[in-house]
Design a protein around this ligand. Structure first.
Ligand code: UDP
Ligand code: MG
Length: 309
């Protein structure tokens, strides 16, 4: 194998012992079929099952396999950041370990890259996930593309290809939380999105709980725009004006009809509404402050416990 492979395939792995054998076999066949040099980098994101043992087995068996092991779970995107830093390929491809993105789609991405694109995104043809997983994603996709201004057809599909220069730019961003497809698109000029197959998860379970998914979406929103906080500001002005008009109305009413007493509970309703808005605003502000705090701490984003190259 040459020093610099042509293709780097990066795979974040969290407790995927059931899928790994089939994944490696199919990846190996597909990449051999392309006929160019390649490396496969598995990033073990703090798995607690047999994942590490299996990956070390791959490393012994195939000289194309590299393994990074985190000391704990840092999340899929951090795993990919570590993979980006370790990768040497001209074309960098990210893929999930659970076989929901068929590895056989990789040549399609490589081909598209060779047409001169800097980023090749994908969208899932007929997404095979439960409605509980697809409906939130659908809403999230709609809101985020509005908000973020980085248009992606499918934010959740991580089967993607990037050119070396884009990865070099990403490596210059020491963000402690991020959303890779959006980050990449802010650097790239020539982007294309192609359609790929999507399969049901055959083995194991989704590693994203609804809470983790919500966190991820907050990453996406706050890292790429100030819109949420600006939106709250505008909302605050509108509400203040409405409140003022309402107070004027009550004063006028007092002169014409007399004071209102029965309206006590209306007042409560209104009060709660305002309190809700305030708490929401505080939450958003807290979100940003928390992120500033994270950034200024300058902690290492991840710790690689073991590296097999
Ligand atoms: N993953 C990871 N760290 C995490 C969560 C997920 O490395 O904290 C990996 C996981 O092993 C898989 C990929 O990221 O390879 C996508 O996760 P999953 O398939 O569970 O997400 P879903 O398909 O449900 O969106
Ligand atoms: Mg999956």
């Amino acid at each position: 194998m040459e020093d610099r492979p042509y293709v780097s395939v990066l795979i974040p792995v969290l407790n995927e012992q059931e899928s790994l054998e089939e994944l490696q076999a199919r990846l190996h066949n597909t990449l051999q079929g392309i006929g160019k040099s390649y490396e496969i980098i598995y990033i073990n994101d703090g798995s607690t099952d047999r994942t590490q043992i299996i990956l070390e087995g791959f490393h012994r068996q195939y000289d194309t396999v590299r393994v990074l092991e985190f000391n704990r779970n840092y999340g899929q995107h951090m795993a990919l950041f570590a993979g980006f830093e370790a990768s040497k390929g001209e074309i960098i491809i990210t893929i999930d370990a659970d076989l929901q993105n068929p590895p056989e789609e990789i040549p399609k991405l490589v081909k598209a890259m060779e047409e001169g694109y800097e980023v090749v995104g994908t969208y899932r043809k007929n997404r095979k996930d439960s409605i509980l997983r697809t409906l939130p994603s659908y809403i999230v996709n709609k809101i985020t593309s509005r908000l973020v201004g980085v248009k992606l057809r499918d934010y959740g599909c991580m089967l993607r290809a990037y050119k070396r220069n884009i990865i070099d730019y990403i490596n210059m961003c020491p963000e402690s939380s991020s959303f890779i497809p959006a980050l990449a698109n802010t650097f790239a000029k020539k982007i294309v999105e192609i359609e790929v197959e999507h399969e049901e998860r055959k083995r194991g379970t989704s590693k994203y709980s609804p809470f983790k998914l919500l966190r991820l979406n907050f990453d996406l929103m706050t890292n790429f725009s100030l819109l949420p906080i600006q939106f709250i500001g505008v909302l605050g002005i509108i509400i203040a004006i409405l409140g003022l008009l309402f107070a004027l109305f009550l004063i006028a009413r007092r002169f014409i009809v007399g004071p209102e007493v029965e309206g006590t509970f209306t007042l409560f309703g209104i009060l709660f509404f305002f309190i809700g808005i305030q708490i929401f605003a505080l939450g958003i502000i807290g979100e940003y402050i928390g992120r500033i705090f994270q950034e200024v701490r300058r902690r290492p984003r991840f710790i690689i416990k073991k590296e097999l190259t």
